[in-house]
Design a binder for this molecule. Structure first.
Ligand SMILES: [Zn+2]
Length: 311
């Protein structure tokens, strides 16, 4: 079932994460100063992108060199070793302390800080994945400046893959985290179940989804979310693929499920509507008469498209 030929958007940066080198401070220091190293700047969850009007046909990431990075980064700010591409080290740096770094007197060489979701589908897959990875890591740092155990300040360690509580009584280690969420296409023969939230663009229908809760399996989370949101029971939950979705901190786990009941009872707190759509109707009507499927970079769209492509 799963089409494993193409990775989902924001997956597959191609970098060797080189986790065994994160604790080698001398090696990390040398790479931080190396002329070949590339720095991926993130500003308030936005990535630096060059696009039209700047000599680029398609959006592409703008990297900084070691000199610019050391000039711009705050002394105690985390610097994250993203990994290696052959001998080239990639780091993520946070420039959120600078007001408007891409305007006025030029602080960064070119490009604009952009929400990755607005340009991700136009970018090379590995480039989009690299920017998503950098954004996700720095979001984690910004949200874990204080210890969740004792409230003390934390410091970055292990080249940005650990934060350690400064409180000598605590010294708790905080590791980068991502929040698992299940997302599923419920299928009943030639029909599939799609819903919409009131805050979505008018006319858009998508798969159901929700966060995994402590103490449940992924399969249980799929069944619970579908039941809560639509009233439909499911069976035979099958895994499809996963997608990092660091907007801000999710890992999307995609599934197909077979419907075990048909009647819909929408929970108005989560969805404003849910309906069964016929496969042939969906193939012919996406983008017509105000109806459309979710964004192309989402695993939701992938789940629907792969189902539409069957038979
Ligand atoms: Zn602590």
């Amino acid at each position: 079932m799963a089409d494993t030929n193409g990775a989902n958007f924001y997956a597959g940066s191609g970098l060797d994460r080189a986790s065994h080198l994160r604790g080698d401070r001398a090696w990390v220091e040398a790479r931080l100063a190396a002329p070949s190293s590339r720095f991926v700047p993130v500003w308030r969850a936005r990535n630096l992108v060059a696009a039209d009007g700047q000599g680029h046909e398609l959006p592409e990431p703008v990297f900084l060199d070691a000199g610019a990075a050391s000039r711009l980064v705050e002394p105690d700010a985390p610097i994250v070793l993203l990994g290696l591409d052959s001998d080239v080290a990639y780091f993520a740096i946070d420039l959120s302390h600078i007001d408007a770094p891409d305007t006025g007197p030029t602080v960064v060489p070119n490009g604009m800080f952009t929400d990755l979701r607005s340009v991700g589908t136009m970018m090379g897959r590995h480039q989009g994945a690299l920017l998503a990875y950098a954004r996700g890591m720095l979001t984690w740092h910004r949200r874990h400046r204080f210890c969740g155990s004792c409230g003390g300040a934390t410091d970055s360690a292990e080249a940005g893959f650990l934060r350690v509580c400064r409180n000598p009584e605590c010294q708790h280690h905080h590791f980068p985290r991502t929040d698992p969420a299940v997302i599923m296409l419920v299928v009943d023969g030639e029909h599939c179940l799609l819903g919409r939230q009131a805050r979505w663009p008018a006319g858009m229908y998508s798969t159901l989804a929700g966060f995994v809760e402590p103490g449940e399996t992924l399969e249980e989370a799929v069944a619970r979310e579908v039941k809560e949101e639509s009233g439909v029971s499911v069976r035979r939950v099958r895994y499809h693929s996963s997608q990092p979705w660091p907007f801000p901190t999710s890992l999307m786990l995609g599934f197909y499920a077979e419907a075990a009941s048909h009647d819909i009872a929408v929970n108005g707190d989560e969805l404003e509507d849910a309906r069964w759509f016929e496969r042939r109707w969906l193939r012919e009507n996406d983008g017509k008469n105000g109806f459309f499927l979710p964004r192309r970079d989402s695993i939701a769209r992938r789940l629907v498209n792969d189902w539409l492509a069957e038979d």
